[in-house]
Design a protein around this ligand. Structure first.
Ligand code: GDP
Length: 294
């Protein structure tokens, strides 16, 4: 599971604090030094760690904590609150205000985009929506086939036009959705091995053509700070409305989940928790913080 090592380290640090009873300023500062190291080892962005630790320390050496009967407990509560706030405080919801909600899924190859298209479609149809999946990754014929297979598994139709222009496919898919009473269109766009201009231009063109409610970047949490860099690059060109962090069931250290909102300003909206098409969850910052603290 993700965060395992971070959780273990934080638990050890807090156990020591609890053992002390009353806390001195030096105790808190020592603990924060250790928390800082644990976060850096979990691959959390350096600047994010610095800001976080200074916020926590400022609150933790305040009078309220020092004079409390359970100071260690108070420190843990502050850490929990600051981790929650770091990840966006509250759940960031998908914008369903338009008659048809167009969701563009973007991301690098291998991030889990196609699988996530199916998972998201399945989750939304469980909530009463009628999603249409759209195969707009035309460069790898296997990608179209893969989406068709995923669509079949989750019982959702897949709109394809073979290897035609992805902008045309996307526009046509919206017309098709209108005609066939779909209220959600999930566009699986092309992924590349690296962020490049062609990929970005194509995504910008699709977004201008269909004016999506959401542009969600699918990123692999296992890639740590690379995921954060990829998010920054995509966000510079596309104005992402959010992120889907995949493979959190793996042994990712947690750096991406903890840094990406602070670095890019984009909230995580969903997390992928496994290879099965049921394994997509709405992201709740407070629950994630509690999970990290174990
Ligand atoms: P794409 O190239 O971005 O479309 O990626 P795919 O959808 O083909 O996914 C790449 C691999 O990641 C596949 O083997 C998926 O089963 C796997 N995958 C996707 N999401 C998750 C996840 O949340 N957890 C795990 N463990 N594997 C995932």
């Amino acid at each position: 599971m993700a965060f395992e090592s971070l959780t273990q380290k934080l638990n050890d640090i807090f156990k020591k604090l609890r053992g002390k009873g009353k806390l001195s300023e030096a105790d808190v500062k020592q603990a924060m030094k250790e928390v800082r190291l644990a976060l850096l080892e979990a691959d959390v962005n350096f600047k994010v760690v610095k800001d976080l630790i200074s916020k926590i320390t400022e609150r933790a050496i305040g009078q309220e904590v020092m004079e409390s009967l359970t100071p260690a407990q108070q420190v843990i509560k502050i850490v929990n609150e600051e981790l929650t706030s770091l990840m966006g405080s509250t759940q960031s919801k998908v914008d369903f205000s338009k008659e048809i909600t167009i969701i563009m899924l973007v991301g690098l190859q291998g991030s889990g985009k196609t699988t996530t298209a199916g998972k998201l479609g399945k989750l939304l149809s469980k909530n009463g929506k009628k999603p249409l999946l759209v195969a707009a990754d035309i460069y790898r014929p296997a990608a179209i086939t893969q989406l068709k297979i995923v669509g079949e598994k989750v019982g959702l139709p897949v709109f394809t036009m073979g290897q035609q222009d992805p902008v045309d496919i996307s526009k046509a898919s919206v017309d098709y959705a209108k005609k066939h009473n779909h209220d959600v269109v999930i566009i699986d766009t092309a992924g590349r091995l690296h962020v490049d201009d062609d990929l970005m231009n194509e995504l910008v063109n699709i977004s201008h053509a269909v004016d999506p409610s959401e542009i969600l970047l699918v990123v692999d949490s296992m890639t740590g700070q690379d995921a954060v860099n990829v998010a920054e690059e995509f966000n510079n060109r596309l104005q992402l409305t959010g992120l889907i962090l995949t493979k959190l069931d793996g042994d990712s250290r947690g750096g991406a989940a903890l840094s990406v909102k602070a670095v890019t300003g984009c909230p995580i909206k969903y997390v992928g928790m496994g290879e099965k098409l049921d394994d997509l969850e709405i992201f709740h910052p407070e629950r994630m913080a509690s999970r990290i603290l174990g």
